[in-house]
Design a protein around this ligand. Structure first.
Ligand code: HEM
Length: 504
């Protein structure tokens, strides 16, 4: 039970005592079976092991209690991974106007449009609305991404899935699972049914269109007509497993993606705002990220593009730093030993088949050897040359800023490594991270360009349940719509006026 309240403390103690000396150790956890935590020196060996030796898929299915809560078919045939990693990422350019539109429609709604009065808003709640809308715009498109019933249902489904898995795992002994496991899965199935009623007509339309195509015209780069849902339907229809080919199966897969996308993005945005707003005001991080966004937008002469977003270096570094400091899951990359004969770890210790192995994400992210001043939130940490306000000169073309060449790809937000694990690493690193990084940067840029936000005297503290950090759910910030910033083009006009008046 000590793990429930002090999960992170246990992790830190074990890390200092064993991991730092190259030894694996067993971490007790109430969230799943005891897990062997590996040392930093084991990481490259760990990620090289093939799926039949160490499997992450088996752990994911087991933590979500497939087949009781969701279908195990989703893990047996993870056809969505390539669609997200490749097709969605390749089509970010054409998706960008829609994503920006969704961010701004959400902000108008949840943060308001009043330019005179400050408004107090709950951060987690409002970021969740933004996250579910932008993810839905990319996954299922209009009009469903604006359908309140669909959006609420996506959130409820994700919660039903997580809670169903937890109840099944913690409260039902193995022998009772076949009889009672499906009861724990009922809320999740109910919300799947509700999504199905809304999604099925679109899925069927895609099915008909694909079946009536004269020849194989599958082309993931479809410009403005790109649809993730269509690609999922296409891949499902082609799949050798006939269970994949029904609108119900496809709905389940869309819901699994919602589960992967919504809470992760919500928590990241929530932590980011708290980290930035409570940073020392004299450092002017908020103002500098806002300036960077205005400069880049102005330099790209129009609406946001993929390459303009890629030039938001300070935003990129600040988000990565917030994800390092406010890592949501203390342990991660959990894999099960599959080989019958067990496995010998690099430190010589033997672990039998069925053992869970994982990495202590939080202690690695807070290790002074990898991150000097590890407890400091330093939004500039990943910039090689730290741009000053002077470097972010709005009169320079945004594409030609002095700091441009100094930002290393190795340190970019979506780049995983053995010491930056928020998107995990290796074969099972998050396939949605390129999309997520794009959305996070756009959301931060638009929030700061369109709103003034009051500084926080101190950072609201989240709650740990075992090693899982839930950001503060009720904490608020005060926001006020900035004048003349109703659209990205309005912003450019405002910026130009400021430059003319010498106010920047
Ligand atoms: C800030 C946002 C996000 C964070 C922090 C995040 C983090 C992660 C992490 C840590 C994993 C590995 C889980 C494990 O080891 O069991 C993962 C896997 C995954 N993520 Fe993300 N994610 C984010 C956004 C997204 C989005 C937007 C999508 C989809 C559009 C997505 C889709 C997935 C999928 C499908 C997997 C499973 C990959 C596999 O099984 O190989 N994620 N994510």
């Amino acid at each position: 039970m000590r793990d429930y309240k002090q999960g992170v403390q246990i992790l830190n103690e074990g890390y200092a005592k064993y991991s730092k000396h190259g030894r694996a150790w067993v971490s007790p956890t109430i969230l799943c079976q005891p897990t062997v935590m590996l040392a930093p020196s084991h990481i490259s060996w760990f990620f090289k092991q093939p799926e039949d030796v160490l499997s992450n898929k088996v752990v994911q299915a087991s933590l979500l209690e497939a087949p009781y809560v969701i279908s195990d078919r989703l893990f047996e045939n993870p056809l969505h991974n390539d669609i997200i990693r490749k097709d969605l990422t390749r089509n970010l350019e054409s998706l960008t106007p829609g994503i920006v539109e969704e961010i701004n429609v959400s902000l108008d709604e949840v943060w308001g449009t009043d330019t005179e009065t400050w408004r107090e808003v709950k951060v987690l709640e409002t970021m969740q609305k933004l996250a579910v809308r932008t993810a839905s715009r990319a996954l299922v498109g209009l009009p469903l991404c604006r359908n309140e019933v669909y959006l609420k249902n996506a959130i409820h489904h994700a919660m039903g899935m997580a809670l169903g898995g937890l109840v099944c795992r913690l409260l039902l002994p193995g022998v009772l699972k076949p009889a009672l496991g499906h009861v724990a899965g009922l809320p999740c199935r109910y919300f799947t049914w509700r999504s199905y009623r809304l999604l099925a007509p679109q899925i069927k339309q895609h099915m008909e269109a694909i079946e009536n195509e004269p020849s194989d015209t599958s082309n993931p780069e479809k410009g403005s007509s790109y649809s993730t849902l269509e690609n999922i339907v296409r891949a499902s229809l082609k799949h050798p497993d006939p269970r994949e080919r029904s609108p119900w199966a496809i709905t389940e897969r869309v819901n699994l993606l919602n589960f992967a996308a919504i809470h992760t993005t919500t928590f990241t945005l929530t932590n980011l705002l708290f980290d930035l707003l409570s940073s020392p005001p004299e450092k002017q991080y908020v103002e500098r990220i806002r300036d960077e966004a205005a400069t880049v937008l102005q330099g790209s002469n129009g609406p946001w593009t993929r390459s303009a977003v890629a030039r938001l270096y300070l935003a990129d570094s600040a988000i990565r730093e917030s994800m390092r400091c406010s890592t949501v899951g203390g342990r991660g990359a959990i894999h099960e030993v599959m080989s019958k004969e067990g496995l010998t770890l690099p430190d010589g210790q033997f672990v039998p088949q069925g053992t869970y192995l994982g990495l202590p994400f939080i202690p690695i992210h807070r290790d002074e050897e990898f991150y000097p001043r590890p407890d400091e939130f330093d939004p500039e940490r990943f910039l090689e040359h730290k741009p000053s306000i002077a470097i972010l000169d709005p009169e320079k073309d945004g594409a030609d800023r002095a700091d441009e060449k100094s930002v290393s790809k190795k340190q970019a937000l979506a780049t995983t490594s053995e010491t930056f694990l928020s998107f995990s690493h290796g074969r099972h690193a998050c396939p949605g991270r390129f999309f997520a990084a794009h959305v996070l940067k756009l959301a931060l840029a638009e929030m700061l360009l369109r709103y003034d936000i009051q500084h926080l005297p101190e950072r609201p503290v989240g709650k740990y349940i075992s090693d899982f950090m839930e950001p503060p759910t009720k904490a608020t910030i005060s926001v006020r719509r900035r004048k003349a910033t109703t659209s990205s083009s309005g912003l450019q006009a405002e910026k130009a006026e400021e430059i003319v008046n010498g106010n920047v």
